[in-house]
Ligand binder design. Structure first.
Ligand code: AMP
Ligand code: ZN
Length: 115
């Protein structure tokens, strides 16, 4: 997707503070951090949102949650204290970038409910 900012980050066309990359996903620091640790984990493939996931994406989703998110939480030092994974989906869900992304937030006590 030519006009997608996260595709551009995945393609190296615009800079980001990368914290992890493999053949399927990339993770980078959020531009506007909401916690001491705030990174975004995205698939390199353009998927608009959770609502647009297909059966063929099962391995990718499992890779993000089973392999990448826990490893990043550990590498970023928030695995013991705890962390929050957030996927805003669609307009009412608060999604502002239409490329699937998982927020990994930590380093402070989270509150509930979210705004
Ligand atoms: P969401 O509101 O769930 O769609 O989250 C989008 C997130 O992307 C926000 O937290 C933004 O701060 C973040 N963001 C937008 N553009 C960039 C960028 N170029 N680099 C890093 N983070 C970004
Ligand atoms: Zn994209």
């Amino acid at each position: 997707m030519d006009d997608c900012v996260f595709c551009m980050i995945a393609d190296g066309k615009i800079p980001a503070q990368k914290v992890y990359e493999d053949e399927k996903v990339i993770a980078f620091k959020d531009l506007s951090p909401q916690a001491p640790v705030h990174v975004l984990i995205i698939p390199k493939k353009h998927i608009q949102s959770v609502a647009k996931l297909q059966s063929e994406d099962k391995d990718l989703v499992s890779h993000i949650f089973v392999d990448v998110a826990p490893k990043l939480a550990k590498d970023l030092g928030v695995d013991d204290g705890g962390f929050r994974l957030v996927i805003n989906t669609g307009e009412d869900g608060g999604q502002t970038v239409n490329h699937l992304h998982v927020h990994l937030l930590g380093g402070r006590k989270m509150t509930w409910p979210p705004g």
